[in-house]
Design a protein around this ligand. Structure first.
Ligand SMILES: Nc1ncnc2c1ncn2[C@@H]1O[C@H](COP(=O)(O)OP(=O)(O)OP(=O)(O)O)[C@@H](O)[C@H]1O
Length: 868
């Protein structure tokens, strides 16, 4: 049983799913292992020293292989060309003459200053690379960077000689040429950079072509090799623009018409001149140079305005068979390109400008072809982009630009700071490799920022610009090197900052002022907008409040309207119930009117009769008249008038029981109602009342009767109003008036008020008398029954006042006001007409009257305003 006893369980179990991978040997693992720590949990210190001590081999600059079909050389033109004129001037200056001319002294000082300021933008690193540094101004503005161009077959420094160039560049080509291999040599560069100087040189300092010719004939003479058996031919032609429209080729060694016919890449009719010796060749070259198109520009006193091509063909001498000749021929082509030039620098105008455009275009196409070839050389998998079709020159040199034949290109550059842009452009286009140097440039910030945020942290690495096509090779050295570099650069930068601090301060100060002013302007504008916003908000609030008030008012009015409607409906269904609200509203409108008019007439009214007496007498008369009248002296609106009176009765009964006449009046009224065949008549005859009373039954009254009825109606209205007015004190009346009347009714009341005042002015005494009589008749018992209790109930002063108010009731109104009143009165009639309904006790009779067009319109307006 002991055999099956379980093993003691381990405290931790490691389960490995994947097989363990072997890590690559690192310096740490290969190096001597640290002594085993006694404590397993001790973390070994990071071997920073060891890592930093590792020497990573720097990538060597690519060197052109011998098999490459394109070799690029770079020649730097000296900053100041020492020519004869300057030398002579220097020599002629007496050294020991004193005192010197102050103006001359100043000029010398200026010259020395300009010499100092003229610093080279390009510096030679080694035989294969240069560093191009932008001038300080450009560094600040464009944040341009320092670039390193490398991969050149050779870089000729400024102090190199023509022979150096020949030896390094032309010699290998010439040897191949003499061995039967064709080759091409081209000089490319901005205007005035020394292309022509390099290609042709001067008699004292001959260039590539004379040196080559010398070498050819020298070799032929020195050796008895088969080379000596060859014949050499020289042809020179130029390609230039034809007034900017097209390209033309001209034979520079031809006689007569020198224009050549061009078919694609072949040029026909080109004269080849055999050269047997050096003198002949140099003479021909001299002739061609004289024919070549040149012009004076700001950049160059003898600027080439065409692409010049020199062909030296080597042919086996004595072999007449053309095919054989062709097979063994070799061609050495030397091209002096016209220099690309910027308009600003050359100052070209008109035809010269057209020329320079052509030159620039040709240079650009040549550069594109060159770039394609360089890229293809670097990475043949990419494929070759062809651009040669775009110009005659590149078509002609197609084999070379496609890498089928060997070519050597010499780039000539100027080293001055002002030539930086030209040089940079050209080098980016034609240099085999380019490496961008990352500069540690501190961002330009103003004084305040510098003060507020002192930058202690590590400077940022900035990539300032990079061409797409160029290869960017960032050399990565070890951590140690980087740290060292950074420390050095920081030190340098600090030095630079110290140097340029006054300038920077000025700039920063200026920027600070500009920004401050700008901020002020923005602040002011914002302030103004803020104020405007506040005002607008206030307006919005007030408008909202107004809107709320208006809504409340409209709600009140709607409520009022609803109540009116309901009361009206109620009154329609039951005529015994008055439409109180509307009646009250109308009555109050009239009441106000009457008060106003009575106050106005108080002084002028000479009628000192006791109103009470008058009322009594009127009541008597009315009682008499109405006892006979079949039509009760009803007011304003049939039905409504009754209702109002009824209302008045009720209220009076409540207010004052001591009113003696109420009962009797009520009785009379009741009797009248009962006896009247046409109750609730809105037209109450006054003058014609007697006639009516006589006739008693006349459903279609004559116009005169209608008019009289209207007047009576008006009077009865006034009376009714006055009666109602007594029920309320003045202040209360005003309030009620305001409250009860809808807006339209108020307007109407005002209008009526005006009308009445006008009527009063035109009133005549005799009409007054007649009216008084009529009124006495028309004022039915309801008038009395309301007035009398008021008189008795109120104090004497109030009575007197009221009497004064009563007096102006006796007036005649013009037809318009009468019509208006009638229309108001007939509001309910219309409803009644539209919807016949039962009358109280079946005694109410509806009498329709013909209406005029105006009245109909007015009626409609009133109806709409009253929302009835
Ligand atoms: N390396 C040099 N050493 C001395 N003088 C030079 C050198 N390069 C150029 N020069 C002088 O500079 C002037 C302009 O040179 P050159 O005419 O060769 O320029 P270029 O590039 O041909 O200009 P363009 O394209 O306008 O014809 C000439 O007077 C020439 O003698």
């Amino acid at each position: 049983m002991e055999e099956f006893s379980p093993m003691p369980c381990p405290s931790t179990v490691t389960v490995r799913r994947n097989p363990p991978r072997k890590a690559r040997a690192t310096p740490y693992t290969t190096a001597a292992k640290p002594p085993p720590s006694s404590n397993a949990h001790d973390v070994p210190s990071f071997p920073i020293d060891e890592i930093l001590s590792i020497q990573i081999p720097l990538p060597e600059p690519p060197k052109p292989s011998a098999s490459e079909s394109l070799k690029i050389f770079l020649r730097i033109k000296p900053l100041r060309v020492f020519n004869k004129v300057t030398a002579a001037a220097a020599k002629s200056r007496p050294r020991n003459v004193w005192p010197q001319n102050p103006s001359k002294k100043q000029n010398v000082a200026k010259e020395s200053r300009s010499k100092k300021s003229e610093e080279a933008c390009i510096a030679l690193n080694d035989s294969y690379s240069v560093t191009l540094t932008p001038p300080q101004a450009l560094q600040e503005l464009k944040r341009s960077k320092t670039e390193v161009f490398e991969g050149f077959s050779h870089v000729f420094p400024a102090d190199c000689s023509q022979r150096d160039v020949y030896g390094k560049m032309v010699q290998p080509l010439l040897e191949d040429f003499l061995n039967g291999k064709s080759g091409m040599l081209a000089a490319l560069g901005p205007s005035g950079s020394g292309k022509t100087h390099t290609v042709f040189g001067t008699p004292k300092d001959p260039g590539v072509v004379p040196l080559t010719l010398r070498q050819i004939f020298k070799k032929r003479d020195e050796t008895s090799s088969p080379v000596s058996l060859r014949a050499f031919y020289l042809s020179i032609f130029e390609i230039c623009s034809e007034r900017g429209k097209g390209e033309k080729a001209y034979d520079l060694l031809g006689d007569g018409s020198s224009e050549l016919s061009v078919q694609q890449s072949t040029i026909r009719g080109l004269k080849e001149v055999p050269i047997r010796n050096l003198e002949e060749a140099e003479s021909l070259i001299g002739q061609a140079m004289l024919k070549r198109a040149t012009a004076t520009t700001n950049s160059n006193s003898q600027s080439s305005r065409s692409q010049c091509i020199i062909n030296i063909r080597a042919a086996s001498d004595g072999v007449s068979n053309e095919t054989k000749v062709q097979s063994t021929d070799a061609m050495l082509t030397i091209v002096d390109l016209a220099g690309a030039e910027r308009e600003k620098r050359t100052g070209n105008q008109g035809e010269r400008l057209v020329e320079s455009n052509f030159i620039n275009n040709t240079s650009m196409v040549f550069g594109q072809c060159l770039r394609s070839l360089l890229e293809y050389q670097k990475n043949r998998k990419k494929g070759f982009q062809k651009h040669h079709q775009n110009s005659l020159l590149t078509r002609y040199l197609r084999d070379y630009l496609e890498g089928k034949k060997r070519m050597a290109l010499i780039i000539t550059v100027k080293a001055g700071e002002e030539d930086y842009l030209d040089t940079s452009y050209l080098l980016k286009q034609a240099s085999p490799y380019m490496k961008i140097k990352f500069d540690n440039i501190e961002e330009v910030c103003n004084k305040r920022q510098l003060k507020t945020f002192p930058r202690v942290e590590k400077n940022k690495k900035m990539k300032l610009s990079a061409p797409k096509t160029s290869q960017i090779a960032e050399t990565v050295s070890g951590e140690k090197n980087q740290i060292t570099q950074e420390v050095n650069l920081e030190g340098k930068k600090a030095h630079q900052t110290d140097k340029s601090s006054p300038k920077l301060e000025d700039n920063n100060e200026r920027e600070h002022i500009i920004m401050r002013n700008f901020a002020k302007v923005v602040w002011n504008v914002l302030k103004q907008y803020n104020e405007k916003l506040k005002v607008a908000e206030g307006d919005i609030c007030s408008l909202k409040e107004r809107l709320k008030n208006e809504q409340l008012k409209s709600r009140e009015l709607e409520t009022e309207l609803t109540s009116l409607k309901s009361s009206c409906l109620f009154s329609k269904s039951n005529l015994a119930e008055p439409c109180l609200h509307e009646v009250e509203a109308l009555v109050h409108a009239k009441e106000q009117l009457e008060i106003d008019t009575s106050l106005a007439n108080a002084d002028t009214n000479v009628d000192d009769d006791d109103p009470c007496d008058l009322i009594e007498s009127r009541s008597e008369v009315t009682a008499e008249g109405c006892s006979e009248s079949p039509v009760p002296h009803k007011s304003l609106v049939p039905g409504l008038g009754n209702e109002e009176i009824s209302c008045g009765e009720q209220e009076c009964a409540k207010e004052d029981d001591s009113c003696n006449l109420i009962d009797s009046t009520s009785e009379v009224t009741a009797e009248e109602y009962n006896e009247s065949p046409v109750p609730n008549k809105n037209v109450v005859p006054d003058l014609a009342n007697e006639q009516e009373c006589d006739n008693q039954i006349d459903p279609t009254p004559s116009p005169e009767q209608v008019e009289v009825r209207l007047i009576n109606n008006r009077l009865s209205n006034i009376q009714t109003k006055s009666a109602v007015s007594r029920r309320f004190p003045d202040s209360e009346k005003q309030e009620r008036h305001r409250r009860l009347l809808p807006a339209s009714s108020r307007l109407l009341a005002e209008e009526m008020n005006d009308l009445e005042i006008k009527d009063k002015q035109i009133e005549k005494p005799q009409v007054k008398l007649a009216e008084t009589r009529d009124q006495e008749k028309s004022e039915s018992t309801q008038g009395r029954e309301i007035e009398i209790p008021a008189r008795e109930a109120e104090p004497a002063s109030t009575k007197k006042q009221r009497n004064e108010q009563k007096k102006p009731r006796r007036r005649l109104q013009p037809a318009s006001s009468v019509l208006l009143t009638r229309e108001i009165n007939t509001l309910e009639i219309e409803d009644d007409v539209a919807e016949p309904k039962g009358t109280r006790g079946g005694k109410k009779t509806i009498v329709t009257q013909p209406r005029s067009q105006g009245s109909v319109t007015l009626l409609r307006l009133l109806t709409s305003n009253l929302h009835l």
